[in-house]
Ligand binder design. Structure first.
Ligand SMILES: [Ca+2]
Length: 317
């Protein structure tokens, strides 16, 4: 795998430093809402189905729809948390990609030759970039050395590359969902195909209310990651498939100029109606395997566990 080559290259290409010269507005931080207790079940059965993968495509890479058949499987009810990832690191001594020196690319700025990762920052008058390479950003310090996960053990782990997610999955004896498995779960779980609000209006997922990237109103209670399973479960009992953090899937995408890529699904707290709107089951993005960010995490599936004795009938759409 060509791992950390992507980040310096992307910075040089300007991909991580996207457009958007508008100044950021300060939004008062409200006290985050209390979250309900964690789900009782770690995994729930997602009945198999033949369904329209890529239905309701809004963007070119999402369509055209095609019929796929996915057997049933067990899916984690929540995204992998900082606490869970910390157990893994404590047990194995694992070091994530963001903690390792990136490859030395000719012409890369010196600050990119030391460990770091990509961090979202609302643009300002002085710096119009959305994504910045932050030295020292890694899973324990998601937005850089001055930030911490202390007190955030229930937040989804971020700043993990694809191989980091795979290593965790292997340690747990589990795996990552394919894109088709993920989309089956989201679409049959009742995820809305539009903005994720309930009938009476309140947000049903952690996404971005307001005009991205300048003003996140935080109507849903969070202007960054939310603790996992703080928002209501879907029909299957799965939380946060939509919003909170993007989730790695095991499905490969066409490689970029610099690195292999995989599909990520679900959108994140940065998805707004005026911009990416990728909080839909069919939405997908392609992410360099070696590049975690502060809005990409993952969840596991268990393919070794037998199907329940009396599973619900297959979903049909
Ligand atoms: Ca939010």
């Amino acid at each position: 795998m060509i791992s950390r080559a992507a980040a310096p290259a992307l910075m040089l290409l300007g991909v991580l430093a996207a457009c958007g010269p508008a100044p950021a507005e300060k939004v008062a931080e409200a006290k985050p809402p209390e979250c309900p207790a964690m789900p009782v079940e770690d995994y729930v059965w997602i009945p198999g189905a033949t369904f329209a993968f890529g239905a309701d495509a809004h963007l070119p890479e999402e369509g055209p729809p095609r019929t796929v058949t996915v057997p049933g499987f067990w899916m984690a009810t929540h995204e992998v948390t900082n606490a869970e990832f910390a157990e893994f690191v404590k047990a194995t001594g694992y070091r994530t990609l963001a903690e390792q020196d990136p490859p030395k690319l000719p012409g890369a700025p010196p600050e990119m030759l030391v460990p770091g990762s990509a961090v979202f920052t609302a643009p300002t008058d002085g710096n119009p970039n959305w994504w910045r390479w932050v030295v020292g950003a890694e899973w324990r310090h998601p937005a850089g050395p001055q930030t911490t996960i202390t007190g955030r053990s229930r937040d989804p782990v971020v700043q993990v590359g694809y191989d980091d997610a795979l290593a965790f999955a292997k340690w747990k004896g589990k795996t990552l969902p394919s894109e088709e498995q993920w989309e089956l779960a989201a679409s049959t779980g009742g995820a809305d195909r539009n903005v994720p609000v309930g009938k009476d209006g309140p947000p049903r997922a952690n996404y971005y209310q307001g005009v991205f990237p300048v003003r996140d109103l935080g109507t849903d209670g969070f202007t960054s990651r939310a603790p996992v399973a703080c928002f209501p479960a879907d029909n299957h009992g799965v939380h946060d498939l939509i919003g909170n953090v993007w989730e790695w899937t095991a499905s490969a995408a066409a490689p970029s100029a610099t690195e292999e890529r995989n599909v990520i699904k679900g959108g994140s707290f940065l998805c707004a109606a005026n911009y990416c709107a990728r909080y839909r089951p069919a939405a997908r993005q392609f992410q360099e395997r070696g590049l975690g960010t502060d809005h990409i995490g993952f969840r596991l599936i268990d393919t070794a566990r037998p199907a329940p004795a009396n599973p619900a009938p297959d979903n049909r759409r």
